[in-house]
Design a protein around this ligand. Sequence first.
Ligand code: AMP
Length: 361
Amino acid sequence: MRIVLLGAPGSGKGTQAKQLVDQYHIPQISTGDLLRAAVAADTPLGRMAKAAMDAGQLVSDEIVLGMIRERLAESDAQRGFILDGFPRNLSQAESLDGMLQDLGQPLDLALLIDVDFDVLMQRLTGRRTCESCGAVYNVYSNPPKFDDRCDLCGGNLRRRADDNEETIGNRLRVYEAQTTPVVDYYRRSGRLRTVQGVGEISDIQRAIRRILDAVGRGEASAPAGAGEGAAAAVVARRPAGGEEATARKKPAAKKKPAAKKKTAAKKKAAAKKKPAAKKKPAAKKKPAAKKKPAAKKKPAAKKKAAAKKKAAAKKKPAAKKKPLAKKKSSARKKSAAKKAPARRKTAAKKGVRRRTPRRPK
Ligand code: AMP
């Protein structure tokens, strides 16, 4: 079984992961634990990671992915694993899928342990861990019998360095911002299962087991298991298990897009039909619409012609001016003609004759 365990800091991932280790005999791989070990051993990687961890920020993808790649290559991880605290962002989730694809070991499911913010705050501030055996207690919900002493080995109980309120607030904000897209990523690919992580640990554990059993049986879905204390498992789509199941999962994952494609195809066809149906009337309307403006143009043309005629009519008087000019010249001639006889008449009255002067002989 290859499982990614998702949940905010304090959601109980670590506690549940330990129980799954016993049940499935597969290792729990916690990036937080690996990083803390590197910090404690003061390795170069640990030194690089420390500042980000102390501030409640995520350590760089490069460091974490390198660490995970190495860990997944170890022999105990070949039968399966429970990834705890990884992936923490979308890029890590995609890289993990790539890594597992290369190894031919696809993920079976991503299990989200869902817990309210207020509960998370109380759990994180009250969390105490045994320095010797790693047993986890909570001063509010799961206190040790003796203060600061482990019930199991008597070791010292310590509060984790990043379990102070300021860092906790930061870690929760970082989780909200960066890990929510991871949850969506697994939901979209049909690999997400959700369990409500509030109530008795054993109830939550049972709910998780029901989910994993359903996945192991290759069931497409399983009924939600609501135990006492509101430990309810909400089972979504069945994830794939191994290559065969992956082959089964792929068509399932493709079904949605196929259905979408069909609806999209129908819409397209409908869209095509509609315009086609519209086109015909539109085609009829268009010529009509064109005719109308054309019909309108004619009056305009008529108007133009009328205007031209008017203009021409106005010009005609101008053309008549020429006859006027002719009239003027003819009038002049007439007056000249009238004047000439008048002169002749005066000359005749005076007895003046026009004679060619005689030359002396
Ligand atoms: P955890 O024990 O999972 O709460 O992790 C403790 C701290 O280790 C986180 O606050 C981060 O600083 C760092 N860390 C753990 N896992 C990752 C991861 N997958 N990516 C980046 N940083 C991580």
